[in-house]
Design a protein around this ligand. Structure first.
Ligand code: SAM
Length: 187
C-alpha cells in the first residue's frame, strides 16, 4: 500500500486511518479552509492532521494521554496551530458548537451520535470509520433516532498495479479491508 511522504514522516501509535480512506472523508464532506471539525479518537492524529492541513479549526479528543503525546509531536512537526488536542472521553459530550464535521474512529462510536447531532450545524456531517458491518448497523440505527439524512456507507478498495516488462497486472499483495466509511448529514 502506497503511503505518501506527508504521512510517512508522521509518528504512529495505534492503528491509523490510511490515506486511501482519509481522501474520501475530505472529498465527500467537502471540508475546506472555512470548516470547523471535531475528531475522536486522536490516535496518532493521521486523520486529525489531514483535516487540520486544510480546515480552519480541528479539535481532536482522546482518552489515552500516551496517544495524545504522539499526536502532539506530529502536530508540532507539522506546525499546525489550528489543531487542538483534548484529553477527554467524547462519549461524555462535545464542547464545540456549529461544527461542520464530526469524525469518529474509535470503539463504540455510536454512543457519540447524540453529541455529534448537538454539535453539528445544519447539513454538517457525521463520519464513522467502522471495521465491522455490525458496528455499521448499530451506528445507522442510532442515526435513525435523530434527524440525519443522506446516509452513505462505503468501502474503499485500492488495487496497486505492477508495472513490469514481463507483464502489467494487479499486485497479488495489498491492503484490502480497513474499515467501512459511514457518512450522514444533519437535517
Ligand atoms: C484507531 S485509533 C484512531 C486513529 C486516528 N483516527 C488516526 O488516524 O491516527 C482509536 C483511538 O480512539 C481512542 N478512544 C477510544 N475511546 C475513546 C473515547 N471514548 N473518547 C475519545 N477517544 C477514545 C483510543 O484511545 C485510540 O487512540
Amino acid at each position: 500500500m502506497f503511503i505518501p511522504q506527508a504521512y510517512r514522516r508522521l509518528k504512529r501509535g495505534p492503528q491509523v486511518m490510511l490515506p486511501k480512506d482519509i481522501g474520501l472523508v475530505i472529498t465527500y464532506t467537502g471540508v475546506d479552509r472555512n470548516s470547523v471539525c471535531v475528531d475522536a479518537g486522536t490516535g496518532s492524529g493521521w486523520l486529525a492532521i489531514s483535516l487540520a492541513r486544510i480546515c480552519k479549526k480541528v479539535t481532536s479528543y482522546d482518552i489515552r494521554p500516551e496517544f495524545i503525546k504522539i499526536a502532539e509531536r506530529n502536530k508540532l512537526n507539522e506546525k499546525l496551530d489550528n489543531l487542538e488536542l483534548k484529553e477527554k472521553d467524547i462519549t461524555k459530550g462535545i464542547d464545540e458548537k456549529d461544527v461542520d464535521l464530526v469524525t469518529l474512529d474509535m470503539p463504540n462510536s455510536d454512543k457519540v451520535v447524540k453529541h455529534a447531532y448537538k454539535a453539528l450545524k445544519q447539513n454538517g456531517f457525521v463520519f464513522g470509520y467502522l471495521p465491522h458491518m455490525e458496528q455499521v448497523k448499530k451506528f445507522a440505527d442510532k442515526l435513525g433516532k435523530y434527524k440525519f439524512y443522506n446516509v452513505l456507507v462505503l468501502e474503499v478498495i485500492v488495487r496497486d498495479m505492477l508495472v513490469r516488462e514481463e507483464g502489467m497486472r494487479p499486485s497479488t499483495k495489498g491492503v484490502w479491508h480497513t474499515g467501512y466509511l459511514l457518512f450522514a448529514q444533519k437535517q
